[in-house]
Write a protein that binds this ligand. Structure first.
Ligand code: FAD
Length: 474
């Protein structure tokens, strides 16, 4: 079927990369089609990623406080009970609310939402691309557009060719367990693995982490990994790093995971369930890439600084892009950049060293820019400023004084090269660091920047001053 419409842009995939690009395209007055195979818009982030995990995390935090209610002078509430069904209902209602919000935003910005699975058909003919569309009932049609944004996202990698079920889980199954499991083995200690570990530990699950690399959250500064490990051990999470999983077998009681340690010993453990969180594979198979000049790097799409692929008029955004971290806000900004390029507007490319990385564990992690080791590798002479939340009065008030703010500054000019925070509200505090880094603020300016008292953000001020050895509160 040919409707005769030629869109300015067709976007394949409605995760944060695709839907953000669609909205911006509408705001620019472009004729935009948003193609989505799932019944609802929003992708991994909204349905089985960022949003539902953070909803559970909020429940976990309240639960942790309630367990110690008497310490805060609150008595007479009896023994708190965890109503898991209600926890799940709340999580789902948040997802539903935002799904409806997206439907509204598409209408508001005059984006045409097209249901179906999209595939590229090859290069543009006379400047017009054709996308093959297959509806869930198998019905086929084609859609034409001058530009295409590929935003098909990613999916959980599995080990040993296993398929997820009720005992061997990915993020999808983990988010809808009927009850928090008594015991859980988490394979992989990247953001997804440590977040689920933290959340379910709060709900009483016995958690064991098995990570291949020598430390938790391996992309973070080493000091952050050390502190998270210390905190997790305090919460009785069994942390095994430098450990290579050899097998995952089902047993009468649940699942048994066997791994070898750094010194060659074999260890195993049984648990009710195992969560496989060993990274996310880009969804770049079966979308017609082979019919184009698009170049891949281990499955990820290579792009230039405008997000354009090697095939003119086809752009890639979000989790499928090579060389960028798989984060919702990175996907969203890459979509904004591609749309600005297409609309002929001004933009700034996505910069690898200007991305906030947030891990929503207890304690939280927020980081930006270079780690201390990376800065030294790049040949910088660095100065480090470190300030512990133990010296921050607001942290004491909210009873959360573990962790620190660490500043990696260039010794010569005092430019912030990296900021690494672990502690209360770290995922919010990092926003200040990103703004400062965008504006190329220096330590001597920041030391004189007034931060309100008593706030957690004062820990930032003290950390900047600590670069010159002059934190006030430590
Ligand atoms: P996706 O969100 O994966 O969306 C892709 C969409 O494309 C899907 O809807 C899919 O159905 C559709 N699609 C695929 N192929 C086709 C096709 N051929 N035709 C039509 N439609 C198609 N990031 C953060 O920044 N913060 C967090 O707190 C966070 N938490 C996370 C927690 C978990 C458990 C997980 C798994 C991830 C988390 N992430 C988080 C990562 C974040 O979810 C991803 O970076 C983000 O979803 C990527 O967006 P995207 O638009 O590239 O792809």
């Amino acid at each position: 079927e040919d409707t005769g419409i030629i869109y300015d842009v067709a976007i394949i995939g409605s995760g944060p990369a695709g839907y953000t690009a669609a909205i911006r395209g509408g705001q620019y007055g472009l004729k935009v089609a948003l193609i989505e195979a799932d019944p609802s818009l929003g992708g991994t982030c909204l349905h089985v990623g960022c949003i539902p995990t953070k909803a559970l995390l909020f429940n976990a935090e309240i639960w942790d406080y309630l367990k110690e209610a008497a310490e805060y002078g609150i008595t007479g509430i009896g023994t708190p009970q965890l109503d898991w069904a209600a926890v799940q209902t709340r999580k789902s209602s948040i997802v539903t609310k935002h799904t409806k919000g997206l439907d509204f935003l598409m209408k508001k910005n005059k984006v045409t939402v097209v249901r179906g699975y999209g595939r590229l058909t090859g290069p543009a003919v006379d400047g017009v691309h054709t996308v093959d569309l297959e509806a869930s009932d198998g019905a086929k049609q084609q859609l034409k557009a001058k530009n295409i944004l590929l935003a098909t996202g990613s999916e959980a990698r599995m080990l040993f060719g296993l398929k997820p079920d009720d005992r061997i889980l990915t993020n999808i199954e983990m988010l809808s367990v009927a009850q928090p499991p008594k015991s859980l083995i988490v394979i992989g200690a990247g953001a997804v693995g440590v977040e689920f570990s933290s959340i379910f530990r709060s709900f009483g699950t016995e958690v064991t982490i098995v990570e291949f690399l020598p430390r938790l959250v391996p992309v973070e500064d080493e000091d952050i990994s050390k502190e998270l490990t210390r905190q997790f051990k305090k919460r009785n999470i069994d942390v095994n790093t430098a450990s290579t999983v050899q097998s995952i077998e089902k047993t009468d009681a649940g699942v048994k995971v066997t791994w070898t340690t750094a010194n060659g010993q074999t260890r195993d453990k049984e648990a009710e369930k195992v969560l496989v969180a060993v990274g996310r594979a880009p969804r770049t198979a079966n979308v017609g890439i082979e019919k184009t000049k698009i170049e891949l790097d281990r499955g990820f799409v290579k792009v230039d600084e405008t997000q354009q692929t090697a095939e003119p008029g086809i752009y890639a955004i979000g989790d499928i892009v090579a060389g960028l971290p798989q984060l919702a806000h990175v996907g969203a900004m890459s979509g904004i950049v591609a749309m600005a390029k297409i609309a002929g507007r001004k933009f700034r490319p996505v910069r690898r060293d200007r991305i906030p990385g947030c891990t929503y564990t207890d304690p939280q992690i927020g980081s930006a820019g270079l780690t201390e080791a990376q800065a030294k590798e790049k040949g910088y002479e660095v100065k480090i400023g470190k300030f512990p939340f133990a010296g921050n009065s607001k942290a004491t008030i909210v009873d959360s004084h573990d962790g620190f703010v660490k500043i990696v500054a260039d010794a010569k000019y005092g430019e912030l090269l990296g900021v690494h925070i672990i502690g209360p509200q770290a995922t919010e505090l990092i926003a200040e660091a990103i703004a400062v880094m965008e504006l190329e603020g220096t330590v001597d300016e920041l030391m004189f920047t007034i931060h309100a008292h008593p706030t957690l953000s004062e820990a930032m001020l003290d950390a900047y001053a600590a670069v010159e050895g002059m934190a006030i509160n430590a």
